[in-house]
Design a protein around this ligand. Structure first.
Ligand code: NAG
Ligand code: NAG
Ligand code: NAG
Ligand code: NAG
Ligand code: NAG
Ligand code: NAG
Length: 883
């Protein structure tokens, strides 16, 4: 109903609803959750090992130029360039730094152009590459008046400046890519505010460009990357080297995804292209572009915004793979995907049919194609026809090229779907490395940066991706700008606004047991009997244990895998006892045994509640005495983590009341004591508010409701699509709406209700308020019965400990909309992903459906939900407000 009201109210929201329909289909209830890959371990910044940091006086470290031979990492920042030692980037090499600020006069002019002197009127280094043996070439925005310069490498100083406006964008935030190949500079950007985007060869003279009439080859293109592939090497056809450019541009074709205004593309030009003689004079004669598809077909989820591309060369250049990071068009929906494309598929598309603009619609061109094939490089077959260069190409071929820049076939990713899908994260950069593991196979290891300063390291096993770890590289959330890999130094170099971080490929010593080493599935790590070691620097790898394929074999006979901490707990009958069990791996599931038998009775009547970090014995009874053991179950292996001897002493005593003043209670009281206040009377269920797991049987009905709701939205979506078209003509001229601003706010309005709906199944409450609620409200079960409890624990270093607890409220207050919208995530430490050490999660079920198979997965599910909640960043907020 709310939807219809919304529709009547505003034609804009109606339009947006139509656009967002595919999203609503997939978010947030869909089984899409299952596709989401969870990093195995989470390493906060203070847990990093072996890292070196560089923080110069400048900010906005963006460009990185790695020179392994010389052992130097050149870094371009805002108004400064540095030469760092590859072995240890902590300091510049002999103080090698160049300050390159725009002059005060230039900044004043920039300001007078209406530019922001706090952000835009600086010299941002956008380009840095090797020019020749003795010099580098660099370009900067120079306070909205681009300049380029040659740098003498020996002295690390400028030798000559040049005009930069044809080579470098004015705007520091504008998409840009460029490279120098054999003394030729290629760049792609929308250089000036009003100019059309262009792919150029800037030097040597004569330079080349893309064409604009009668057909524009690029439409508002936003470039993210480029690469040279030397396809002439060992080519049987005498093929040329090619340059590939990756970008997102305005959608001009009619496709299945009509809602999409942007489309991801790859374009290529031949290195030997020198333009046409009469037609396409000083223009590319070999420009072709094609669509890169990255979608989850089952969910009609189409990733269409490219963020970064990495080209991984195979044994030969023809086996190259393009790794591309994608996001969604809606900037407030954080979701990323990684798709991989083979050069063969890209080539096949460029060798396939063309598109043609007919009656202002792009359609596949099915008529005769002139010879030699338009857009192809000059090859042996051309030379046989005495066509030695692009200037010898016949006019009809060039006329065809001019009007057919777009290929008809889309380029599908390898496997037809994303290699990796990640919710709640915006990936910004990717770099990939091949590693040969002990099993003799080659694995691709992905390093992926996020917009919050984290690095995910993942390994591809078959068509699956396993994220071995997520590392927090920067304390302040900030997008990762660049990632480069040095095989010689075995290091990853990552740049962001505040600096550069160098980290080792692998930190195997982090894994302290055989199974941990094996579970990690890091192809660079192996267990030598006593330690997890880096296989690349280990003298004899024949006896190392590693299992990248399955992640569970090889440690069977290793007995001395560390001892299990043992504790004893003596409690009075009727007390609540919390048995802590912290599990480091986000992929492990906790399981408990009592006297060697798997623990039964997690329902409220059974007297236990299990959560991600511990087991709560509710109102302990004599029969619950015994030896408890907590296991972390990962890849079907049970690893003992903690062991407790619990003695329940049957005593009768006067009823005890917990302190009535919640503030008098130290935050850590419950957890350090590990014994919860005695309940006054009665059984465990009587006074405790029933706690429902959101996916429990009870919620089945609400899931149906959701399904109904979704269908409703879909139907309305279709309806409003029609209405939109009408309204578009009648009311607005909404053509060419940029994907940014407008969607951001409106999109939130549409997606928020679904979030809110979801959250109504599960609310967070602290146990302290719960206990208070119980005493103050007596036996009245004032809660509406469905919530999840979180008890703050020791080791509190999250912001949630700072505010003093507010008086208890009967119900948590409604959530402000804004919190769902645009990422409080950046304001809060992502460390909360695992509630370990920060909070306990206690869980019970309203229905005593103990035999339900749901139980067996619910801790897992809970972890997922927590992860999800973490990213919406509700728990801390709620925690505070409900106290
Ligand atoms: C430069 O850094 C500042 C602060 O670190 C950040 O707010 C800004 O967005 C960055 N600018 C660019 C163009 O990266
Ligand atoms: C790198 O250099 C810094 C200071 O120059 C030093 O503190 C650090 O220990 C060095 N790192 C390594 C791994 O040697
Ligand atoms: C920006 O310009 C304002 C005047 O418009 C001036 O007061 C301010 O100091 C300038 N800031 C910087 C960083 O130059
Ligand atoms: C490299 O280029 C610079 C700048 O054009 C020039 O001065 C220098 O002589 C060149 N060096 C070589 C080895 O060609
Ligand atoms: C192409 O090159 C061949 C040999 O290099 C030469 O004989 C021929 O005349 C050239 N043709 C044109 C059209 O330039
Ligand atoms: C473990 O020991 C058993 C018997 O001693 C042996 O058969 C088996 O191969 C061993 N497994 C491994 C992985 O070493």
């Amino acid at each position: 109903m709310a939807v219809t009201v919304e529709l009547q109210r505003s034609p804009i929201s109606l339009t947006l609803l139509c656009c967002l329909t595919p999203i609503l289909w997939a978010f947030p209830f869909g089984p899409l959750l299952e596709l989401d890959v969870i990093p195995r371990i989470t390493v906060p910044i203070n847990g990093l090992l072996g890292c070196n940091h560089f923080h110069g006086s400048a900010i906005n470290y963006s460009t990185l130029l790695l020179e392994e031979g010389a052992g130097i990492l050149y870094v371009g920042a805002r108004e400064a360039l540095y030469a760092l030692d590859l072995a240890n980037v902590s300091a510049t090499r002999n103080g090698s730094a160049i300050d390159w600020a725009a002059s005060a006069e230039q900044k004043r002019q920039c300001l007078s152009k209406g530019r922001d002197n706090q952000t835009e009127c600086y010299n941002y280094i956008r380009f840095l590459d090797r020019y020749n043996e003795t010099h580098l070439y660099t370009c900067g925005t120079h306070a909205f008046r681009p300049r380029c310069a040659y740098i003498d490498v020996e002295r690390f100083s400028f030798v000559r400046f040049e005009e930069g406006r044809e080579k470098c964008p004015y705007d520091p935030a504008k998409g840009y890519t460029g490279l120098i190949v054999d003394g030729e500079m290629y760049s792609a950007s929308q250089y000036e505010f009003r100019s059309n985007p262009d792919i150029r060869r800037n030097f040597p003279f004569p330079n080349l460009r893309t064409d604009e009439a009668p057909t524009r080859w690029l439409l508002e293109a936003d470039f993210v990357g480029s690469a040279l592939l030397r396809e002439s090497i060992n080519s049987s056809t005498g093929d040329d080297d090619k340059l590939y450019f990756f970008f997102t541009e305005r959608n001009q074709e009619q496709t299945a995804y009509t809602s999409q205004t942007r489309v991801a593309r790859v374009a290529r030009v031949c290195k030997g292209d020198i333009g046409g003689l009469r037609t396409l004079q000083r223009k590319w004669t070999s420009f072709l572009k094609a669509r890169l598809v990255c979608s989850v077909p089952e969910y009609e989820l189409q990733f269409n915004v490219l963020r970064s591309v990495f080209v991984l060369e195979g044994a030969s250049v023809h086996g190259s793979i393009f790794y591309a990071v994608f996001g969604l068009e809606w900037k407030n929906v954080k979701t990323s995907a990684v798709c991989q494309y083979s050069l063969r598929d890209v080539k096949a598309t460029f060798d396939g049919p063309y598109m043609e603009l007919q009656d202002s619609k792009w359609r596949e061109y099915t008529e005769n194609v002139p010879e030699p094939r338009p857009g192809s490089c000059i090859m042996d077959q051309h030379r046989a026809q005495l066509i030695n260069s692009s200037r010898d190409l016949p006019d009809n071929v060039l006329m065809f090229v001019r009007r057919h820049p777009l290929m008809a076939r889309e380029i599908q990713p390898i496997g037809g779907r994303p290699l990796l899908f990640k919710k709640s994260v915006d990936y910004t950069r990717i770099a990939v490395q091949k590693v040969t593991a002990l099993d003799g196979r080659t694995y691709n290891v992905l390093f992926i940066g996020t917009d919050e300063g984290w690095l995910n390291k993942a390994v591809t096993v078959g068509d699956q991706v396993h994220i071995t770890e997520e590392l927090q590289l920067f304390k302040e959330p900030q997008p990762i700008n660049n990632i480069v890999l040095s095989h010689k130094q075995r290091s990853v170099y990552v740049s962001a606004s505040s600096g550069v971080v160098q980290l080792p490929f692998s930190v195997c010593v982090r894994y302290t047991s055989c199974y941990e080493c094996v579970f990690a599935r890091d192809p660079l790590c192996g267990w030598n009997g006593t330690q997890c070691v880096d296989i690349s620097s280990y003298p004899d790898t024949s006896n190392l244990i590693q299992d990248v394929q399955m992640g569970n074999r090889g440690c069977e006979n290793i007995t001395a895998d560390g001892s299990v901490p043992q504790r004893t707990r003596s409690v009075m009958a009727g007390d609540d006892v919390l048995l802590q069990c912290e599990i480091r791996s986000n992929l492990a599931v906790p399981r408990w045994t009592l006297n060697g038998e798997q623990l039964q009775g997690y329902g409220p009547d059974g007297g236990y509640r299990a959560g991600a970090d511990g087991l709560l014995i509710v109102g302990a009874q004599g029969r619950q005495s015994g030896r408890y053991c907590c296991y972390a179950v990962e890849n079907d292996v049970w690893i003992p983590v903690r062991s407790y001897m619990v003695r329940v002493q049957p005593v009768s005593r006067p009823s005890l009341h917990p302190p009535t003043d919640p503030t008098a209670l130290p935050e850590s009281f419950f957890t350090t004591a590990s014994v919860l206040p005695t309940r006054p009377h009665g059984g465990p269920t009587e006074h405790s508010p029933s706690v429902a797991f959101p996916f429990g049987p009870e919620s089945q009905t609400s899931r149906h409701k959701e399904a109904l709701y979704i269908s409703l939205v879909a139907v309305l979506g279709g309806l409003c699509l029609v209405l939109t078209v009408v309204l578009l003509y009648i009311t607005f001229c909404l053509h060419s709406t940029p994907s940014g601003g407008k969607y951001t706010q409106q999109g939130t309005l549409v997606t928020a209700p679904t979030d809110r709906k979801w959250s109504s199944h599960m609310e967070l409450k602290t146990i302290s308020s719960h206990c208070n609620g119980r005493t103050e409200h007596g036996g009245a079960a004032s809660m509406d019965g469905e919530f999840l409890q979180i008890v703050p624990g020791q080791g509190f270093d999250s912001p949630s400990e700072e505010p003093p607890p507010a008086p208890p409220l009967p119900m948590p207050p409604p959530l402000p909309n804004a919190e769902y919208a645009n990422g409080f995530s950046s304001a809060l430490p992502s460390v909360l992903r695992k509630m370990n050490g920060n909070s306990y999660v206690l869980l019970g079920q309203a229905d005593s459906d103990m035999t339900s198979p749901l139980y067996h997965s619910f801790t897992e599910e809970l972890n997922k939900i927590l992860e999800k909640r973490k990213h919406t960043q509700l728990e801390v907020q709620l925690d505070e407000s409900s106290l």
